[in-house]
Ligand binder design. Sequence first.
Ligand SMILES: Cc1cc2nc3c(=O)[nH]c(=O)nc-3n(C[C@H](O)[C@H](O)[C@H](O)COP(=O)(O)OP(=O)(O)OC[C@H]3O[C@@H](n4cnc5c(N)ncnc54)[C@H](O)[C@@H]3O)c2cc1C
Length: 468
Amino acid sequence: MSLTLDNTFTQLENFGHSLRASSYCFRPTRTEEIYEVFRLAKETGLTVTARGAGRSYNDASLNGGGIVLDMSAMDQILEWDPASGRVRCEPGVTLRQLWQRVEPDGWWPPVVSGTMKTTLGGCLAANIHGKNNFQKGPIGEHVMEFTAMLPSGTSITCTAEKNADLFYAMISGLGMLGVFTSITLQMKRIHSGLLSVDAWPVPNLSRHLRDLLDNAPHYDYIVGWLDATTGGKHLGRGQIHGARNLKDGEDPNAQQTMQLAYQHLPDRLFGVMPKSLLHYFMSPFLNNLGVWGINTPKYIPSARKHTFRQSHAEFHFLLDYVPNWERSFGRGGLIQYQSFLPRETAETAWREMIELSQRRGLPSYVGVTKRHRPDKFLLTHTVDGFSLAMDFKVTNKNRATLSKMLQDFDRIVLHAGGRFYFAKNSETSAEAARAFLGEETIVKFKKLKQCCDPNNLLESDLFRRVFG
Ligand SMILES: Cc1cc2nc3c(=O)[nH]c(=O)nc-3n(C[C@H](O)[C@H](O)[C@H](O)COP(=O)(O)OP(=O)(O)OC[C@H]3O[C@@H](n4cnc5c(N)ncnc54)[C@H](O)[C@@H]3O)c2cc1C
């Protein structure tokens, strides 16, 4: 029976619930069904966007009026070899499925996002970075091979050597060149289910960035929490967490700590309150006074450096502790703005942005910093420097002024030689993309698109915004 559009029209949202689009949705379970969807798109003149778990903060997996290919049912781990640490998966496999499969055998995914709910297809399409980006690069550097289906129905296999142009463009290519159908990754050896974490406060932005830079070489992972609500001499104050893998023999209970029972995030807080209700209690704190109250004890300079052990799941997926935490931002949802800046210009640019947000009465309630290095992928978002991700609450009242401020941020970032991440920002314009990617990159991407997708079947709201 051939596919039809009947009864498939559904409204979808971005992760932050700040954007909506209705699309014809299909959920293939086999590669051949993807081709059927491409055929239908051609017949009906519609465009197609692949969607993983829909955890992008922006419109990357939205396609208003077009077809959305929900890849979440292609979720089988096809091969796992605990001797070599190689795993072959369908693209709808989530990071949660992956780490839960490999950790009991002494392995961990080489790069993970701050949530385990993302799919591997989505992670490759955005080329995600982790808290170890300065050392391990993005996830694409750990892909041994992938296969993808082009809109013509042709299946193509790529490695860093074979079809290398497509390897480096499809990873980071936001699903605009083809749809991943299988992915082979190399896992990373671990000798314990625990990480040793050092946490220490930093009094201002200058120290914050210096500590990230100077300390990164001593850790496997480093991340900073930045208080963007405070100005003056404390602007950019925060807390840094540096974590290292335990060496063989350092954890006497390694076999136990690598088991899932040890890693699971508890369902109840203090053993009593279901975490699913927690976001209701967080909402009242998402205002200037509430955030100041939460941040101040954490960031005061007298707080001392302390060391503790944390499970991998706890360290990496802190945000998953509170299911639906994004709901605490209220009905208008949230927008995340992440900028990547060279180490030489980051401090001045972020000072200007944070001050601007405070002056305009639009402070960010969550700020996260990381240390990065460049990579070779075509639409790369990283630099030799740092990133700062800031979450903003969206309301009907502030939507227009917030959008205007984020465009002003874009100008500051571009002036400072920075880059943007297509999985996060919702404002990046075609001009801004051209300015940071460069004409040569855009021409190369469009040429590859012409080869892979001559009828422009693969399009998303993001693609039209940035490359349209
Ligand atoms: C709480 C939270 C924390 C996060 N932390 C980080 C972080 O630390 N680092 C980081 O880099 N990102 C982070 N992200 C962003 C997230 O990792 C990316 O947006 C990722 O792409 C989402 O994966 P997904 O499966 O939800 O994909 P979706 O959001 O559904 O799609 C993302 C892109 O992938 C494409 N796509 C999906 N499946 C396929 C496929 N099979 N073939 C081809 N293209 C496909 C879509 O078309 C779209 O362009 C975070 C997001 C959240 C919500």
